[in-house]
Design a protein around this ligand. Structure first.
Ligand SMILES: [Zn+2]
Length: 453
């Protein structure tokens, strides 16, 4: 059983209920599980691998609850730079229709690399377009190679333009085929065990691209396996108008009617719930992926995060797809969450501690995990370290090294351990040829836009 010792961290922040913090702190790990956390002097003196974390703050790994990895290929597309959601989607759909298994695999690796270098150790991904033979297996292979803890959401679209939906007819799948492949993915890959590196999620895309039947059948299928369900909901006023006109109910009312509330469901965005809906989402313990950068970028609005949390909803952070952020820096997303919470005029609307809580504990709860999100004996060995002697943190970390991570310019992570394996050290991904990966990815991105694949 390999052991790993992290010692002499300037500060170790457990993010546990007691908000435990240890100067000169450390961790002792056996295999993939934390065995001890605390002052370096109280930990074992030896291990198979020993890492000195002097001048670092150590935290639990960050958890990303919403993404579309493939969109790294279409970041910053000129034709969509100034669009709101529906026009933004219509601009991208024809390009995404050209995705291939290789493009899904390579773009997933790029998104994961960027997430991991920002401090993320667990991510969900919501891919809902599977053209040209692409499968969720392509992403799972990427996650295994990168060593990222992964909640793979098998997304889907089934209602095309001719049926009143938003996507082109050529991009939607047959509903029986979606459910068959969803069942296959669960049976082949879903791991319900503690410290699982891979879980499957069922994720119809949105009320304007799938049928009510598919929503209902997807969540029923997920529940029959104890698998969680995820979708986009209440993101924009356009979606609200679509739901009221086409379906005669608000997005949240639709979700309630179809069984899409509860502790095994989480919704991306939730920018526009009505006050009574916030109460009901809280009472049911429904989850929300708060995606502040994307919501600002697409002019969607500001999600009522404080009200949702006060009501009892589970809230975590999501960077959202790379074409509407246009990045995958999860620590930067925590900073955005703090800033946008305050923009309405309340400087106490969110603290740095709350922003980091959303990025760790909040995300873990949204994904339904009790084995990640804080550092304690028995938890999965997912933790990160940021150096404190860097330019962005100069003059900030000396006063408050934890809040500095959120208030100062977001730093790349210096150390990342996922499931007991060192994945980032010295700001570099271990065993990943990043320049080659980026070159491959950029060639695919150019080909996708030119149509020359
Ligand atoms: Zn999204």
């Amino acid at each position: 059983m390999p052991s790993l010792l992290i010692r002499h961290a300037t500060l170790l922040v457990a993010m546990d209920d007691a908000d435990s913090r240890w100067p000169d702190g450390g961790l002792y790990v056996e295999d993939n599980v934390i065995r001890q956390v605390g002052p370096t002097g109280e930990l074992p003196g030896q291990a198979d691998c020993v890492i000195d974390a002097r001048d670092m703050v150590i935290l639990p790994g960050l958890v990303n609850t919403h993404h579309h990895f493939y969109q790294t290929l279409t970041r910053n597309l000129p034709a969509a730079q100034d669009a709101t959601l529906f026009r933004w989607l219509r601009t991208h759909y024809p390009l995404w229709a050209r995705l291939t298994p290789e493009a899904i695999y390579v773009s997933s690796k790029v998104a994961m690399a960027e997430l991991m270098l920002s401090g993320c150790t667990t991510s969900s991904d919501h891919t809902y377009i599977w053209p040209n033979g692409a499968r969720i297996d392509d992403q799972i292979q990427a996650a295994r190679e990168m060593g990222l803890r992964f909640h793979a959401a098998r997304g889907s679209m089934s209602v095309g333009e001719s049926q009143g939906g938003l996507p082109p007819d050529s991009m939607v799948e047959d509903e029986d085929a979606i459910l068959r492949d969803s069942r296959r993915a669960i049976e082949q890959y879903h791991d319900a065990a503690r410290c699982a590196m891979l879980r499957i999620v069922l994720a119809p895309c949105s009320p304007f691209s799938v049928s009510r039947d598919l929503m209902r059948h997807s969540v029923e299928l997920a529940r029959s396996y104890g698998v969680h369900a995820h979708t986009h909901l209440a993101e924009t006023r356009d979606e609200q108008a679509y739901c009221l006109q086409t379906l005669g109910r608000t997005p949240v009312e639709l979700a309630e009617e179809l069984g899409w509330v509860g502790r095994d469901v989480w919704h991306a965005h939730m920018v526009h719930p009505a006050p009574g809906e916030i109460t009901r989402l809280g009472q049911t313990g429904t989850g929300v992926a708060h995606c502040p950068s994307s919501n600002m970028r697409l002019a969607s609005g500001i999600a009522p995060v404080r009200l949702l949390r006060q009501a009892g909803a589970r809230v975590g952070l999501g960077v959202d797809g790379s074409a509407s952020n246009d990045g995958s820096h999860l620590l930067a997303e925590a900073r955005q969450a703090l800033l946008v919470a305050r923009v309405g005029g309340d400087s106490a609307a969110m603290s740095a501690r709350e922003a980091l809580w959303l990025a760790t504990r909040g995300g873990a709860t949204v994904l339904g995990r009790d084995d990640i999100g804080y550092l304690a004996p028995g938890m999965a060995a997912d933790f990160i370290g940021y150096r404190l002697d860097t330019l962005p943190l100069a003059g900030g970390a000396v006063h408050d090294p934890v809040a500095a991570l959120v208030f100062c310019q977001p730093s790349p992570v210096d150390l990342s351990v996922i499931n007991g394996r060192v994945r980032v050290q010295g700001r570099k991904l271990v065993d990943v040829d990043l320049p080659a990966l980026i070159a491959h990815h950029n060639a695919l991105a150019r080909a996708l836009v030119s149509g020359d694949r």
